[in-house]
Write a protein that binds this ligand. Structure first.
Ligand code: M6R
Length: 605
């Protein structure tokens, strides 16, 4: 939800900030802007639209500066317009902001009574004016003082005409990372914006106020100087490039064999017959738990739904799966014998973070599964396991999903082993199957051309139904989510067995029904559901196991996927559903990587 950047250093600051904003555009893309201090004067260029519109607006704006801040917006307060775009300025101070100021109306009234006037409908303009009101010669002091009065979530970067060699940043409940380069510093909402300049980063903590000049930086928290460790991230900047693909989503779909392999590498040693997944102290605590709750949003929630089948099978512990925004407002029964698992690609999703904090308060043992190193959820949990997907830029989550499942499957085997349910030889044989997954997903990707043809045939349909049972049920949900979020076609995922309790009424000759039908323990049941759809003239698109020819006569389209152990089929069967959604959206000429109304990291409630 909005991306912010600040740069100070030897390079052309406008160029760096623009480049970094492009890498943050997945966070919001309805307007953008940049502020610099050049020749002692504050200059601001901002516009409704995407970064490319900002680039156009910057043409003929010949400014050389070494200090700049920038913003790409996902509107919360006030429509996407030129005036509402950030940076917002008040009396020589410019501010970019990610988050929501809950008490902005009250502050605005107070500032108006003091003579301040406002141009925009945003909450951010209040921050700029409040900092101006607190300013007595030090931007750093003014930002700290103003921040104490702000209620809500906010990551900000501010510059001031009177202090041309300074950027001040503040973080509270919205992400902010400082990149520490060689004589240059870059402040940003997320790591990919920083990667081309440095891989040395400091994820700032809540309450941190960072004071940056070209000479160095200091972090303060609550008025006290704070020591923050510099982390070295292993992501290569190339991972945040399209490298010849038309869209990031397409590239990320094709990266999955590599991403899954990277994620499972090193988790389990065949030679020693042991896991390297969590610390030994955490392992001891895990032995005490008698219940698991898994909490997440969107695609990450679907990964948790798949994991429930695995965890219950191997750990033999009851598992509850919840959507974070529901979990946090119900009276969940959680105690110190509960393991609460929080799954999040970004590690910044506001509802998931709040659910994590709540579970900690109730005494649960907490575990995060995150992709972004040093993110808020990763830091807040008692223990974190990272997925090694690399930066995921496309708003539609793909490689994050399969790598989350890879971690959760490993966790299930591990729990089975420490609880004595799985013997060493069982773990070894299951891992031997598991490590075939990268190759099997590669084979699934070979369906790409056929799925393009399928997409062209059905892209004008208005509704789709996705069906699956057992571990394929969450895959049906995920397939439907992919289609709706990038192609704007209404799609519903359903457990196939539930169809006759309602959705069957929707089926007619216009309705394509995508059926995830590997030959597994529920295959015969799913075959029955296919018959039910066909009996009502629905169009059936089935995905089944290679060699299973019996669906040919029953379905309109059958696609074959490599044979895979039944519990591991989600890794393979989600691939064609991602590809199908991608091709439908791409052929419809839609903005695949930045679908309307969405943002990659939902850092507001
Ligand atoms: O960063 P997170 O995994 O916490 O994000 C959760 C959801 O916002 C995310 O999975 C969303 O549903 C994706 N757009 C789905 O493709």
């Amino acid at each position: 939800m909005c991306g912010i950047v600040g740069y100070i250093g030897k390079r052309d600051a406008v160029e760096v900030v623009l480049d970094s904003l492009k890498r943050l555009e997945y966070r919001g893309y309805d307007s953008a802007g940049i502020a610099v201090i050049a020749d002692g004067k504050l200059k601001v260029i901002k516009t409704k639209g995407k970064i490319r519109d900002l680039e156009n607006a910057l043409k003929g704006f010949d400014v050389k500066a070494n200090v700049a801040i920038g913003h790409t917006r996902w509107a919360t307060h006030g429509k996407p317009t030129d005036v509402n775009a950030h940076p917002h300025v008040c009396g020589g101070i410019a501010v970019v902001h990610n988050g929501i100021i809950e008490n902005y109306v009250e502050l605005k009234n107070e500032l108006v009574s003091k003579g301040y006037s406002f141009e925009s409908q945003t909450d951010t303009e209040v921050i700029a004016c409040l900092i101006r009101d607190c300013y007595k010669g030090s931007l750093f002091d003014a930002v700290q003082e103003a921040s104490r009065r702000l209620v809500g979530s906010f990551a900000i970067a501010a510059i001031c005409e009177n202090e041309p060699d300074t950027i001040v940043g503040y973080k509270k409940e919205s992400p902010l990372v400082l990149g520490v380069g060689d004589g240059e510093y870059i402040l940003a909402s997320d790591i990919p914006a920083i990667l081309p300049y440095t891989n040395r980063i400091i994820p700032l903590e809540d309450g941190d106020c960072v004071f940056i000049t070209s000479e160095g930086f200091d972090v303060f928290n609550n008025g006290e100087k704070a020591k923050r460790d510099i982390l070295t991230v292993s992501w290569s900047p190339v991972l945040a490039e399209k490298t010849g693909y038309k869209h990031f989503m397409q590239k990320e779909i094709f990266e999955q064999p590599r991403a899954i392999a990277d994620t499972i590498q090193g988790i389990y040693s065949f030679e020693e017959n042991r896991f390297y997944l969590v610390s030994s102290g955490f392992e001891e605590k895990l032995k005490e738990i008698n219940r698991i709750v898994a909490v997440a949003c969107g695609t990450s929630y679907h990964a948790c739904l798949v994991a429930k089948y695995w965890l219950e099978k191997y750990a033999e512990i009851p598992v509850e799966v919840d959507i974070a925004s529901e979990f946090r407002y119900r009276d969940a029964v959680i105690d110190e014998k509960t393991l609460a698992v929080f799954v999040s690609q970004s590690g910044e999703t506001a509802d998931t973070l709040a659910a994590l904090k709540l579970s900690k308060e109730k005494g649960a043992l907490t575990l995060a599964v995150c992709n972004v190193m040093g993110s808020s959820i990763a830091r807040e949990a008692h223990e974190v396991i990272y997925t090694h997907a690399g930066p995921e830029i496309g708003v539609a989550s793909t490689k994050a999903f399969t790598t989350q499942m890879a971690v959760l499957y490993s966790l299930s085997l591990y729990m089975g082993s420490i609880r004595g349910n799985l013997e060493e030889k069982d773990v070894a044989s299951r891992f031997a199957e598991f490590i075939k997954i990268p190759r099997l997903t590669e084979e699934a990707l070979e369906l790409d051309e056929e799925l393009l043809s399928l997409a062209m045939k059905y892209l004008d349909k208005k509704d789709f139904l996705y069906l699956g049972r057992y571990v394929s049920y969450p895959i049906a949900l995920e397939g439907a989510l992919k289609l709706k979020e990038i192609s704007y076609i209404h799609a519903e995922g359903y457990p196939a067995g539930e169809m006759k309790h309602g959705p069957i009424a929707l089926i007619d000759k216009e309705m394509p029904v995508v059926v995830v039908a590997p030959v597994d323990r529920v295959y015969e049941k799913v075959k029955g559901n296919i018959e039910e759809v066909k009996a009502r003239d629905g169009i059936v698109i089935a995905f089944t196991t290679s060699g299973n020819k019996e669906l040919e006569g029953k379905c309109d389209h059958v696609f074959y996927l490599p044979e895979v152990g039944e519990e591991l089929s989600p890794f393979v069967y989600v691939i064609p559903l991602q590809l199908f959604a991608y091709h439908v959206a791409e052929r419809k000429g839609l903005d695949v990587d930045q679908p309307r109304n969405l943002a990659k990291a939902v850092t507001v409630e």
